[in-house]
Design a protein around this ligand. Structure first.
Ligand code: ZN
Length: 332
């Protein structure tokens, strides 16, 4: 353990100590988030404060994207300002903000880079100034309908405010379906109690729970996008909006993949029960596959159009994708 500061020894003034926030949550400020991921390693924000007592020059490697799905929305816009201030107040002299570094981004990398650059100049920026910078950027980059994109950002923050968000999360954890839990491999699993609804043939109850994700997030987001497009006043801004819509298609890709894997009731699809599991009947499966293919084809074409070459840190965009799988499994 090199995170806990030593006792009885201090770094010389010309020594730099670097810490990294790799295990931290980024939907809440580092200092106030209550997520505890390790019982053996000192909490990151505590370690920063302890090191600041004995070291004048701290550097931090910090993270600003979802490295297991670069295309997923990463809801950290409410925390980067507070975190920058926290670092500045605790002797942090060098800050490396690592984002989607090895490809262009289909998410908010442009806006986030702009805001992070401003924060590196002025880590004590007020909330009012931060919001002004954000609005100015959105207006300049996304055109006259920019307020809809701001509403989408606020929706993204609201949807995730009760969840701890880490940098290797499944997108379905970022925008959770109710009653869905995750196994050790970060794959969604339906808990036993949800099967009660299935066995009671309570389709409505069951589908209500599991459509929550799509209804409340994707559908609302699509309405904002449409409004932003309609008001958009230049071809350049339209292209920026189209590129930004990649994150929505990626969310939908993950959701539809989950529906297919777990056999969930969805729209007018028909199901039967087999081994305590919902199976989609063949005809319905074809319909679902058509919906999945259409969404994923649109997503793939935009990734090519906007020269986005990686899906996550370890997966390049395949040249021959399986568009019947969810986006992070296109190479299977
Ligand atoms: Zn948290």
């Amino acid at each position: 353990d090199t995170r806990t500061p030593p006792v009885g020894i201090v770094p010389e003034d010309n020594v730099i100590v670097e810490l990294c926030s790799i295990e931290c949550c980024f939907s809440h400020p580092l200092e106030t988030c209550l997520a505890e991921r390790s019982t053996t390693v000192m909490k990151f924000s505590t370690a920063i404060k302890e090191w600041a007592k004995i070291c004048k020059n701290l550097y931090v490697g910090d993270y600003t994207t979802d490295f297991s799905n670069y295309l997923a929305p990463f809801p950290n816009f409410n925390v980067i300002r507070q975190n920058a201030r926290f670092f500045a107040e605790n002797n942090v002299k060098g800050l490396f903000e690592q984002g989607t570094y090895d490809t262009l981004s289909g998410e908010f990398a442009e806006l986030r880079s702009y805001l992070l650059s401003k924060l590196l100049w002025d880590p004590y920026m007020t909330e009012e100034d931060y919001n002004t910078y954000m609005c100015k950027f959105l207006q300049a980059y996304y055109g006259a309908g920019w307020r809809n994109i701001l509403s989408y950002i606020n929706l993204m923050i609201k949807t995730t405010e009760d969840s701890h968000i880490f940098i290797y999360d499944n997108v379905l954890k970022i925008y959770p379906c109710e009653d869905v839990r995750y196994d050790r491999n970060n794959k969604p699993q339906i808990p036993d109690e949800a099967y009660a609804d299935v066995e009671n043939h309570d389709w409505l109850q069951y589908s209500k729970k599991l459509r929550h994700f799509e209804n409340s997030f994707i559908e609302a987001a699509e309405i904002y996008w449409q409004a932003a497009f309609e008001l958009c006043d230049s071809d350049e801004a339209k292209a920026h909006l189209e590129k930004l819509s990649i994150q929505l298609l990626a969310c939908k890709s993950a959701f539809l993949g989950f529906v297919k894997d777990q056999g969930l009731p969805w729209t007018e699809l028909q199901f039967f029960i087999k081994d305590k599991r919902l199976e989609i009947i063949d005809e319905t499966k074809k319909q679902l596959d058509a919906v999945i293919y259409e969404n994923n084809k649109k997503l793939y074409d935009l990734l090519i159009k906007y020269n986005i070459t990686k899906i996550c840190e370890w997966t390049a965009l395949p040249s021959n994708p399986n568009l019947y799988n969810e986006v992070t499994a296109w190479n299977q």
